[in-house]
Design a protein around this ligand. Structure first.
Ligand code: KG4
Ligand code: ZN
Length: 331
């Protein structure tokens, strides 16, 4: 079966074609970063308008690249939520209109389920059950994944998401939106142990996270020092080390508590090299295995939505959003 995936939840228009036997046939993406850059963050109205411009041409391109005719598609998966309402409505409207015209099922996919399953697009893929650390711009969650649609939330951030903390700290350091990647690059020039930042909720005994205090600690540092370029890099490194420490320690604790031996990382912060290498090191030390999505599938993309749709279609589970994920419903 062939599933067309449409992702328009925020500032990326992602389209993909997934074949349940042959895997990913094609994927296309347009990032709106340039559009929002001058505003220092995503402008919802501009995001919706650009999704309207891009979605149909990108669908045509994805079908062409996959050598697939429109009528060969068996189902259309789209991101139902969470995300920006106007942006989501573009994908929802196009998916529903196409599915209606083609008389095929439409699959409402939870954005986080897409991220969660994205490492399964790579080889070797993890097998169920596994523990997932979901670290995106909007969420930070530890989830026990027993199978498709069987998700148990173990813990999550009580304030900022990890990606949000990277972005806000990057802004404090004068870097452009979205700052996560830029902060990681700046951190490579930092000198270790110049600044010590807190590890909030490290000893909370649960699997929840807190990142807003870390960001405030950076703000206090900046206010209290005459900051030069080298110090900016030192602070970026200190922030990244703290974030990586927290994410790693909580993930290892959750592995120990659940007895799971596979850890899956999903979401944009999963592209962070320092986090990847630390998790590789720590999981191998305890005899566990860590799986990452391909770099191009860490941030928002259509492939993860087409894949999640294909998994739901195979399960004959066409419209249900996982209850634990509590998503914004477009109906
Ligand atoms: O998963 P995603 O596309 O967004 C949501 O669904 O929310 O992730 C975007 C987030 C942004 O906060 C971005 O700064 C962060 O992922 N990010 C990174 C890196 N690349 C992207 N954070 C740290 N290091 C990176 N290399
Ligand atoms: Zn996302």
């Amino acid at each position: 079966m062939i599933v067309l995936g449409i992702e328009t939840s925020c500032d990326e228009t992602g389209i993909a074609v997934y074949h349940t036997e042959n895997g990913l046939l094609s994927h296309t993406l347009f990032s709106q970063i340039e559009i929002h850059n001058e505003y220092g963050g995503v402008v919802p109205e501009l995001a919706s308008r650009d999704h309207i411009r891009r979605t149909i041409p990108l669908i045509k391109k994805a079908l062409q690249n996959a050598h697939i005719d429109l009528h060969e598609i068996d189902a259309i998966a789209f991101t139902q939520g969470p995300g920006l309402a106007g942006a989501l409505l573009v994908g929802a409207s196009i998916a529903n209109a196409m599915a209606f015209a083609l008389k095929i099922p439409v699959l409402n996919i939870h954005h986080l389920e897409g991220h969660l399953l994205s490492p399964l697009l790579s080889k070797p893929a993890p097998c169920f059950p596994f523990l997932a650390l979901l670290v995106s711009g909007g969420h930070t969650q530890l989830i026990k994944v027993k199978g498709i649609g069987q998700y148990t939330l173990l813990g999550e951030t009580v304030d900022d998401a990890a990606g949000e903390a990277f972005d806000k700290t990057a802004k404090l350091l004068g870097l452009d939106y979205p700052g996560g990647k830029a902060l990681a690059e700046l951190a490579t020039k930092g000198r270790p142990s110049c600044f010590k930042l807190p590890r909030p909720m490290r000893h909370s005994g649960d699997f929840n996270f807190s990142f807003s205090g870390l960001k405030t600690a950076v703000l206090t540092l900046i206010k209290n020092h005459e900051i030069n370029d080298q110090m900016r890099a030192d602070i970026a490194l200190a922030f990244q080390e703290a974030a990586v420490d927290i994410l790693t320690e909580k993930s290892l604790a959750a592995l120990a508590r659940t007895g799971l031996t596979q850890l899956v990382i999903a979401g944009g912060v999963g592209a962070n090299i320092a986090l990847r290498s630390r998790l590789l090191q720590e999981t191998s030390r305890i005899g566990a295995t860590v799986f990452f999505p391909e770099f191009q599938f860490c941030t928002d993309n259509g492939a993860m939505i087409a894949f999640a749709g294909a998994m739901r279609l195979l399960k004959q589970d066409t419209v249900r959003c996982p209850e634990t994920m509590n998503c914004f419903t477009v109906k």
